[in-house]
Design a protein around this ligand. Structure first.
Ligand SMILES: NC(=O)c1ccc[n+]([C@@H]2O[C@H](COP(=O)([O-])OP(=O)(O)OC[C@H]3O[C@@H](n4cnc5c(N)ncnc54)[C@H](OP(=O)(O)O)[C@@H]3O)[C@@H](O)[C@H]2O)c1
Length: 184
């Protein structure tokens, strides 16, 4: 069985994952209202995945963080360009230009059971190849008006089963879905 592919991401109420320039200042600002110790299920989710797969744009953003957030996880960055990794990440990150299907098959053969797919374009490509199993979206109470969208065009509807809703007192709402037709 192919490794599952999971999405765990925050969006504005109008469905953007970042501003047009890739910045997530609005998300960082919203996170200041989150009580210490609350992570909206992120660490539990991260613990459940074997491999983090992200697009180059997300990787560029992550590299601006103070600390590498995926310590101990295999990370694959997707890009069609030859990327140069800093020495500090040389043993932690691999670069690939494989299609979602080819990559998922390779990682499955290597023992992966669940992939964390991150970045809007990357998620859209995994969805287009019918590979996404579950989606958790944390809605941040802000309307950005424009930005980089989580979802894009699809060639056919992608029906979902709603599997849960969490409401946080600081205003976040977390919606969980399983993609119909994918095994539970
Ligand atoms: N709100 C949140 O929770 C959240 C989470 C994650 C990211 N973000 C934000 O979202 C933004 C990034 O999202 P994004 O939609 O711009 O893009 P993305 O998915 O992070 O990156 C897209 C890029 O990945 C590469 N790529 C993806 N699939 C590929 C494949 N199969 N083969 C080769 N290359 C592939 C391409 O890079 P090349 O152009 O190099 O070929 C493509 O341009 C960042 O600003 C990040 O901060 C927000």
């Amino acid at each position: 069985m192919l490794a599952k592919a999971s999405v765990f991401i925050a969006t504005s109420l109008d469905g953007y994952i970042s501003r047009l320039d890739g910045s997530i200042d609005w998300l960082n600002e919203a996170n200041t209202a989150v009580p210490t110790g609350e992570d909206c299920g992120y660490q539990k989710f991260l613990n459940s995945v074997d491999v983090v797969v992200m697009g180059r744009n997300t990787f560029e953003q992550v590299q601006t963080f103070d600390t590498w957030p995926y310590e101990g996880k295999q990370v694959v960055v997707l890009s069609s360009r030859p990327l140069t990794l800093p020495d500090s990440l040389a043993n932690k990150v691999t670069i690939s230009s494989e299609t979602p299907t080819t990559l998922t098959e390779r990682l499955t053969k290597a023992g992966a059971r669940r992939l964390y797919v991150d970045g809007g374009i990357t998620i859209q490509r995994f969805l287009a190849e019918g590979l996404v199993d579950d989606i958790t979206i944390t809605l941040i109470p802000v309307i950005l008006g424009q930005g980089r969208p989580l979802f894009g065009r699809v060639t056919q509807d992608i029906p979902l089963f709603h599997t849960g809703t969490r409401t946080f007192e600081f205003g976040f709402i977390q919606l969980s879905y399983r993609v119909a037709g994918r095994a539970e």
